[in-house]
Design a protein around this ligand. Structure first.
Ligand code: GLU
Length: 442
């Protein structure tokens, strides 16, 4: 049986690095074994789900190069969930409950005060037909719970090893709400069976869901699914990531012109036993992927690390790979320009900041007028090459006795207006003699 994995986001916000890491792990696991990867949209909660987020999720995945073989929305399968629900009902595994949220909350508080487990007490199982009828006459509609029967659920988690969960410490899950909407725990189990999912890999916040879902799956079919739970990434502060953390959304990194390969490189190594490094290609990431290198303790997202990886990637780009992007900024950016400037960039688009430095007829204040005038007198004729700057500044050095910072900094300031930047021997070739004269005219 070939591997089938899935990524199942709820479209209630933008994807952040933590969500995408789960997607990536599932995708890599499938790719690495020639299997299939499915995108499932968990949109049963129609009030919170937004079409806009569905499109964004698909766009983010596509932009990163995480392609899916199939996609579907849970909202299109309500009939199917109803069918499977009826099966469980006939098998005596479902019971109707009439408590209002307030009543449930009161029970929970009492249990808390008494220091016991906060678990649904199954009092609905005791209701007589007459009591149920009375509730319905009162206008109450039932919600439906699944009767858990296993005391301890055990499985061999591909990441966490042997797991043993006390199911008596969990409430019987509600499968359908009183308004007829099926809930995630159930839908996910039905989908994982119907779509022949072989491996569910998700965050360890789902570990107890898994215990419940295995029991539901067993009641419907026979569990053939392997489960794996990875530690969730944390923010650099150590806090949990949230969908409201827009600063780490894929969308915001795209806007900041971070390269997909930088994000993928980070996410394929963060929270693993491997060192964080820039990868050459998605193929390399696929080839190197091993599930068992993923650590069970949480990795922390350092956006500075992502930025450093990106800076490295920018320096790796050959002119031809980015030419179309550079043309959008300024068609005068040629190969020599790119090669000179790229070492000073955090993102490709940052190159825009250097077009003025190279092309514009600026003039800059200088306090060292005599020194600059002398330098201009000594300025060699064109054509200029990689030796020109050395020859020129050696002359200036001989005539003035200056050296180091005193020799170089006033020149850089007068010619570029900046105290730092690419090597002057390269930069002056881009600026050229006439612009240097123009800039220092006054
Ligand atoms: N929609 C669920 C979530 O985003 C999916 C969990 C799962 O993978 O089953 O947490």
């Amino acid at each position: 049986m070939s591997t089938v994995t899935r990524f199942a986001p709820s479209p209630t916000g933008l994807l952040h690095l933590g969500n995408i890491r789960t997607a990536l792990i599932n995708w890599l696991y499938a790719k690495n074994s020639g299997g299939k990867f499915i995108l499932r949209i968990d949109d049963t909660d129609q009030e919170r789900s937004k079409e806009e987020y569905i499109s964004k999720i698909k766009y983010d995945l596509e932009w990163l190069g995480i392609d899916f073989d199939e996609t579907f929305n849970q909202s299109s399968r309500f009939e199917r969930y109803r069918e499977e629900f009826e099966k469980l009902k006939s098998a005596g595994r479902i019971y109707a409950c009439y408590e209002t949220p307030d009543e449930l909350e009161r029970k929970r508080k009492l249990q808390m005060a008494a220091g016991g487990k906060q678990v649904y007490d199954r009092s609905a199982l005791e209701l007589s037909d007459q009591q149920k009828k009375d509730y319905e006459l009162e206008g109450r509609k039932p919600h439906w719970r699944f009767l858990l029967q296993t005391e301890r659920m055990q499985w061999n988690d591909l990441l966490k090893g042997e797991i043993d969960i006390d199911l008596t410490s969990l409430s019987d899950p509600v499968l359908f709400r009183e308004d007829g909407v099926p809930l995630y725990t159930f839908c996910s189990a039905v989908d994982d069976i119907d779509f022949n999912i072989t491996n569910v890999i998700r965050g360890d916040d789902h570990t107890s869901n898994t215990a419940v879902q295995i029991e539901i799956i067993n009641a419907l079919d026979k569990n053939k699914i392997s489960f794996a739970h990875h530690a969730l990434l944390k923010a650099s502060s150590g806090d949990k990531l949230s969908k409201r953390d827009n600063v780490i959304s894929i969308d915001s990194f795209r806007e900041e012109n971070i390269e997909p390969i930088s994000i993928l490189s980070l996410l394929s190594t963060i929270g693993t036993s491997k060192s964080i490094e820039l990868k050459d290609s998605i193929q390399q990431i696929i080839d190197e992927f091993r599930l068992d290198t993923i650590s069970t303790s949480p990795g922390r997202i350092e956006t500075d690390v992502l930025k450093a990886l990106n800076k490295k990637q920018v320096q790796k780009f050959e002119y031809d790979e980015v030419k179309t992007r550079l043309d959008k900024i300024d068609t005068n950016i040629d190969q020599k320009f790119w090669n000179t400037i790229k070492g000073n960039l955090d993102t490709v688009e940052d190159v825009a900041a250097w077009t003025d430095v190279v092309f514009k007829n600026n003039s800059f204040e200088t306090e060292d007028k005599d020194y600059i005038n002398l330098a201009l007198e000594l300025m060699p004729d064109e054509p200029w090459d990689d030796q020109t700057w050395t020859v020129w500044t050696n002359d200036i050095k001989e005539r003035t006795g200056r050296k180091g910072r005193e020799l170089f900094l006033p020149l850089r300031l007068a010619f570029t207006g900046l105290t730092h930047g690419p090597e002057m021997k390269l930069l002056i070739q881009l600026i050229g003699r006439s612009k240097i004269l123009e800039r220092t005219k006054n």
